[in-house]
Write a protein that binds this ligand. Structure first.
Ligand code: PLP
Length: 358
């Protein structure tokens, strides 16, 4: 892919950048540039460019605004101790975007083009990648949307793919704290044949009211059950789940209607290497309640790119509550540490997961 670059003449100055990187938060500050490439049926992908970050001008009839033909990815660039910059399994994000594009009837952006787009933006805005200390990173948001101006219901004949980047602080400031969960029995996030496995904004739009329900009950996050039987644990709004048993084996809900997290699949491999047997299968809400009550489940955690690995605390629903599985969280800590050590270059990358950008 041929990429043209127009350098920004209004970049954030060094003093201000240092201030931002000191305490970046999440998704609040954006780098000096953005990547864009457009697609039409006749021209295919064309006009790939890096240009100054700024607002888009959209016709009010732009299809994504009406029929939500949109998909996205979430990944990070990590700075290592020696100053080099790396991404984690970018070909997995690229491959997942190809699968999402099939489900949303969007054109395929080939894996190497996706990786090149991300790499080039990170190279141009490399001063925005925070120092290795403190588990900060540059969060990367590739996304694709129907950008044709029309009001008919059919796949958009003009599509835009972009990458934007935003420095991210450590998810847990002041120590890792378990998240409390609300079990929604009213809402589901996916059904058979639906979009559950696609990374699309629509899944998030439909999860927000359930998240509000969770907050109203004093919980941090919501957990969804399967849409068909209302019995099996799927995932949180944006994180996959793991259940650790007292004999060391680990269960994670099988794929199908859940989002196939790259953190999830990496943990399956890592936990195996750390000596845990990992089962991917249906996991019922009763197994959760009974397992914690009997003490057989000793730890529960959730995972995703943004938070990496988060311990899960209590589970509440309309009729009751089960407490946090355990306070210690040895396996959770061990898995989390093993993963971030690879990402930040502190442990040998035996799986070949890291991709050097700078
Ligand atoms: C992105 C996402 C995840 C986590 O996936 P990772 O690849 O691990 O970041 C989990 N659930 C949903 C619904 C998601 O959109």
């Amino acid at each position: 892919m041929e990429i043209s670059t127009t350098a920004s003449t209004a970049t954030v100055d060094d003093a201000r950048l240092a201030e931002i990187l000191e305490n970046p938060g999440f998704g609040q500050h954006f780098t000096d540039h953005m990547f864009t490439v457009e697609w039409t049926p006749d021209a295919g992908w064309h006009a790939a460019r890096i240009e100054p970050y700024g607002p888009l001008t959209l016709d009010p009839a732009t299809s994504v605004l009406h029929y939500a033909q949109e998909i996205f990815e979430g990944m990070k660039a990590y700075r290592h101790e020696d100053g080099s910059i790396w991404s984690f399994r970018p070909e997995e994000n690229a491959g997942r975007m190809v699968r999402s594009s099939h489900r949303l009837a969007l054109p395929v952006l080939e894996v190497p083009d996706f990786i090149q787009a991300v790499d080039e933006l990170v190279k141009v805005d490399q001063r925005w990648v925070p120092d290795a200390a403190g588990e900060k990173s540059l969060y990367l948001r590739p996304f694709m949307f129907g950008s044709e101006a029309f009001l008919g219901v059919r796949p958009s004949q003009h599509v835009t793919f972009m990458v934007i980047a935003s420095p991210a602080g450590a998810y847990f400031k002041g120590g890792i704290k378990p998240v409390s969960l609300w079990l929604t029995e009213e809402y589901t996030r996916a059904g058979r044949g639906g979009m559950g496995a696609a990374k699309t904004g629509g899944n998030y739009a439909s999860s927000l009211v359930a998240q509000q329900e969770a907050s109203a009950h004093g919980c941090d996050q919501v957990v969804f059950l399967d849409g068909q039987e209302g019995k099996y644990v799927e995932e949180l709004g944006g994180m996959n789940m793991y259940f650790v048993y007292d004999d060391g084996h680990i269960v994670t809900p099988e794929v199908g209607t859940i989002l196939e997290g790259i953190t999830r699949s990496s943990i399956i491999e890592l936990a195996g290497k750390l000596g845990h047997q990992v089962e991917e299968r249906k996991f019922s809400i009763d197994e959760w309640r009974d397992g914690v009550t009997s003490g057989r489940i000793t730890e529960i955690f959730a995972c995703g790119t943004a938070a990496v690995v988060t311990p899960v605390g209590s589970l509440k629903w309309a009729g009751g509550e089960v407490p946090c599985a355990s306070e210690g969280g040895e396996v959770t800590t061990q898995v989390r540490q093993a993963l971030v050590d690879i990402q930040y270059g502190r442990a040998e990358d035996t799986f070949g997961w890291m991709h050097r950008i700078v």
